[in-house]
Design a protein around this ligand. Structure first.
Ligand code: FAE
Length: 541
């Protein structure tokens, strides 16, 4: 009975939260709340969560359930009201201003095809959904808006291998994680699995089956990847009974249908508690600690065109950083170096990694077409993580160009022990990542060892036309920034920042640079674990 009540109350909360999101979108409100939509930013709130990505959303839901009045501050906009074309997001094939965060031209990961820049378009500057932040030899893709990375990512919901999780976070009780918090996160995120029978015959995963066949030639197995994309919806897309999203080349600039983004799961439930408010287009710039222990945030409000509308102050007793690896790390590096929070330790800004990301393409034979209709949501990975020399988990990625390309694309996650760090640049008042091209070489070597074998056995070759020049491997961007505020180093074992009371980290910056798989399930589960402990022990009320 208790479980039925629990499910009912979660359903009810989601319903109330979804209604609040709908009202805010319909009226163009930047304050989203089931209770006080459109209200002005208060001077004081008991708890503030910065950001609305995975860690932030899980934290806010649990705070809201515990009755804690919580404000979420998100620099991006709300994405759930169709524009004049009837769509919330612009697709990948015809991106418009909605695609990228204040850029003049889109910056797609596949920079070229046959050396031609066919994917990118000039666009007006706007608070679009995908950002690409440049730091010398490395650039980082990030989601911007209510839902953070969930708005733009490939929906792959992977629980890491237990032995590797124990290796990267040895102080975290793995029994508890695998028995309680990973299942909790997967359930709340709405993770589902592709119908294997359908997979074997459908058109939209022909590309995955071709890559599986190529891997099998060297005795390598593939593994199915769970997802937060609704596979029943995907089936209907292929049948022609539902509007196309994954089958309409939608992913990095947002999905108009099918994906269980955080605004449909955790954030809707959080709003539905009645205790959580989301304030959009508000960027936290500074964290000031008051003599009485409160934190005052300096917040910059912008409109969707980037005009600064004003600077506001909001104070809180409990401050949770969920601005992502880049965002949260920058806030604390800036706070330490400008003397706002001088007691932060030297670990703040260290232990950053790319999750070993490297992308590559192979050219298949003419008798192995990959299909003109491709699901933008990957479901198969080549799992070679047990290889002691060259561990790699290579997800089989689509080339959703809408035409036959005979190309197989892969996002390989490799074990690369190199780590970057951040310093503060006073001239730009920002954190700078220190990561050199040489640090990414290990990822290329590992991926190459696997794909050389696959190419040799299949008499196929690498594609050299996909990354803007003639390189076969692209390791100068990452989708998976991790670390900067590593658990147990910059924080205690539960994300409490060392040196300051009531200051917490909840997001991907806690993870030391690598998870061996796509990271959002790990980020969510860790946030679930930490907030449960913090609510129980730190008497948050
Ligand atoms: P994140 O989701 O990045 O959220 C941070 C939020 O904070 C964002 O909404 C920011 O706008 C906001 N923010 C930042 N700074 C501020 C500030 N100063 N003030 C106010 N708001 C701020 O954080 N992972 C997977 O597991 N599976 C996938 O299939 C996958 N595919 C991906 C594909 C792409 C193109 C990208 C970009 C990422 C992908 N990822 C994938 C990575 C995943 O989305 C990422 O690890 C998580 O979103 C990180 O979660 P966090 O909670 O750390």
């Amino acid at each position: 009975m208790a479980r039925i009540n629990g499910v009912n109350s979660l359903t009810r909360r989601r319903f109330l939260g979804t209604a609040a999101l709908g009202t805010a979108a319909a009226f163009g409100l930047t304050t989203i709340s089931a209770r006080r939509a459109g209200a002005a930013l208060p001077d004081f709130v008991p708890a503030v969560v910065i950001g609305t990505g995975y860690g932030a959303a899980a934290t806010a839901l649990r705070l809201g359930e515990a009755g804690v009045s919580t404000l979420m501050l998100e620099m991006g906009r709300l994405w759930n009201e169709p524009a004049a074309d009837g769509k919330v997001f612009s697709g990948m094939l015809a991106p418009d201003r909605r695609s990228m965060w204040f850029k003049e031209r889109t910056e797609a990961p596949l920079a070229s095809f046959l050396w031609l820049d066919i994917a990118n378009r000039d666009i007006p500057r706007y608070a679009g959904v995908l950002d690409r932040v440049h730091f010398g030899d490395m650039s980082v893709y990030l989601g911007r808006g209510v839902g953070g990375g969930s708005l733009v990512n490939g929906a792959m919901a992977v629980t890491p291998r237990r032995d590797y999780f124990e290796e990267i976070l040895p102080a975290v009780d793995a029994d508890e994680m695998y028995g309680k918090y990973f299942p909790r996160a997967n359930a709340a995120l709405g993770v589902n699995h592709v119908d294997r029978q359908w997979f074997e015959t459908c058109k939209s995963y022909a590309y995955a089956r071709v890559s599986r066949k190529a891997a099998a030639k060297v005795g390598l197995g593939t593994t199915f990847i769970p997802s937060v994309y609704d596979f029943e919806y995907l089936k209907r897309e292929e049948e022609g009974t539902a509007a196309r999203s994954a089958l309409g080349s939608e992913v990095i600039y947002g999905n108009n249908h099918g994906k269980r983004t955080l605004d449909k799961t955790y954030l809707a439930a959080a709003l539905g508690t009645g205790n959580v408010t989301i304030q959009t287009l508000h960027e936290v710039r500074e964290i000031i600690r008051q003599p009485d222990g409160l934190y005052t945030l300096v917040v910059r409000e912008i409109d969707e065109l980037g005009t600064v509308l004003g600077t506001k102050h909001v104070s809180t007793r409990y401050l949770f950083l969920g601005a992502g690896s880049i965002g949260s790390t920058e806030l604390l590096v800036r706070a330490r170096e400008t003397g706002r929070l001088p007691g932060l330790n030297d670990e703040v800004g260290r232990g950053w990694g790319t999750n070993g990301n490297v992308m590559l393409g192979r050219a298949n034979h003419l008798w192995d077409p990959t299909g003109s209709l491709q699901s933008a949501m990957p479901v198969l990975g080549i799992d070679n993580w047990s290889d002691p020399e060259n561990p790699v988990f290579a997800e089989i990625a689509p080339v959703p160009a809408g035409i036959e390309t005979w190309a197989s694309l892969y996002l390989a996650i490799t074990k690369n022990p190199e780590r970057g760090h951040f310093s503060y640049d006073a001239a730009t008042d920002s954190a700078k990542l220190h990561w050199s091209g040489a640090q990414g070489q290990r990822s290329i070597d590992v991926a190459k060892s696997l794909f050389d074998r696959i190419n040799r056995a299949n008499l196929t070759v690498y594609r050299h036309d996909l990354f803007g020049d003639t390189r076969a491997f692209e390791n100068r961007f990452t989708y998976h920034p991790l670390g900067g505020l590593v658990l147990g180093k910059a924080t205690d074992a539960y994300g409490r920042v060392r040196g300051y009371e009531n200051l917490y980290v909840t997001d991907g910056s806690l993870i030391p640079g690598s998870t061996g798989v796509n990271p959002f399930v790990t980020i969510t589960a860790l946030a679930e674990r930490n907030i449960e402990r913090v609510i129980a022990e730190d008497r948050i009320a």
